[in-house]
Design a protein around this ligand. Structure first.
Ligand SMILES: Cc1cc2nc3c(=O)[nH]c(=O)nc-3n(C[C@H](O)[C@H](O)[C@H](O)COP(=O)(O)OP(=O)(O)OC[C@H]3O[C@@H](n4cnc5c(N)ncnc54)[C@H](O)[C@@H]3O)c2cc1C
Length: 265
């Protein structure tokens, strides 16, 4: 199977802070890591390769330093990494991001057919969970979301979706896009010797720009974005303490009346 895995570099925190002046994420002092769901996506791809052979290609769109997540993917066992980096990609919303990732898949598929694209369910910074489904739309491929386990069956994929009320088993034709949130086992550890190999000039880690994937400037980055962020801010919380007087029954009645007035009940 030829599998493309999308991996995003994210800040190593779920408590994203926003600069009140610029409205952008505060990245200073926060280390960057591979998005946790993408580690699961890589494990899923590598397990499929272990079972049936093939090739695993990790793809990341981001600034030049995002090559670190591709080195890590290579150290985990990916065969190749492609970093998409271009000033034209800056300011992309999810639509422009998924368009750009779709163009990479199209270029890779033109080299040799791609059977499967794996995304994490969501990134811990953007948190929209939109990229996988949008990417499937751009490619015109079927999609299976919330996947916890997969098995390759010829030109089909059997997937088990983890839904709130139980698992759902799905048989899907290939090529397809899946988004994963779990794996049967722990993701494998990166191997030190491959991490060292990834730093060598001849490592199979490439860097592509907009021209390499034939992506016009008006379809990528801020220009290609369908949404515009008007303002970004941390919600202000207000605390108010009121002491209730009287017997416990009177206090309970006053509390219920107050909550009803505030439309909490
Ligand atoms: C108007 C607007 C402007 C923005 N400007 C910027 C900006 O200037 N700089 C900035 O950093 N962000 C910016 N963003 C955020 C950016 O759009 C999102 O980070 C990006 O689209 C991915 O969305 P997400 O994080 O919600 O991913 P999700 O949909 O939650 O991610 C799901 C999965 O998709 C894959 N994936 C997501 N992003 C990538 C990626 N880049 N490379 C590889 N795989 C990926 C991963 O497998 C991930 O697990 C902007 C957003 C908006 C709406």
């Amino acid at each position: 199977m030829r599998i493309v895995v999308m991996v995003k570099q994210v800040p190593d925190t779920t408590e994203v802070r926003i600069d009140p002046k610029t409205g952008t994420l505060i990245r200073e002092g926060v280390a960057s890591v591979m998005n946790p769901d993408d580690r699961l996506g890589l494990e899923t791809a590598l397990s499929l390769k272990d079972a049936a052979g093939g090739e695993v290609i990790a793809v990341s769109m981001g600034p030049p330093q995002a090559v670190d997540v591709l080195s890590e993917a290579y150290a985990m066992g990916a065969d190749r990494g492609v970093l998409l980096t271009d000033i034209n990609f800056a300011g992309a919303d999810t639509w422009a991001t998924s368009y750009t990732l779709g163009k990479v898949v199209e270029r890779l598929a033109a080299e040799e057919p791609v059977d499967l694209v794996i995304c994490g369910r969501q990134a811990i910074d953007g948190d929209t969970a939109q990229i996988g489904p949008q990417l499937a739309e751009h490619l015109g491929w079927p999609q299976v979301t919330y996947v916890g386990q997969v098995r390759s069956e010829g030109d089909q994929l059997r997937a088990w979706r983890r839904l709130p009320d139980g698992d759902q088993e799905v048989l899907c034709p290939l090529p397809a896009v899946v988004t994963v949130l779990d794996t049967p086992g722990e993701p494998r550890w990166p191997r030190v010797e491959r991490l060292l190999e990834a730093c060598r000039p001849r490592a199979p880690l490439e860097s592509w720009n907009a021209a390499d994937i034939g992506a016009p400037a008006d379809k990528t980055g801020l220009r290609g974005s369908l949404t515009q962020v008007v303002e970004t801010f941390s919600p202000k919380t207000k605390r108010e303490t009121r002491w209730l007087e009287g017997t416990p029954a009177e206090q309970a009645a006053a509390l219920v009346a107050d909550l009803r007035e505030k439309k909490v009940l």
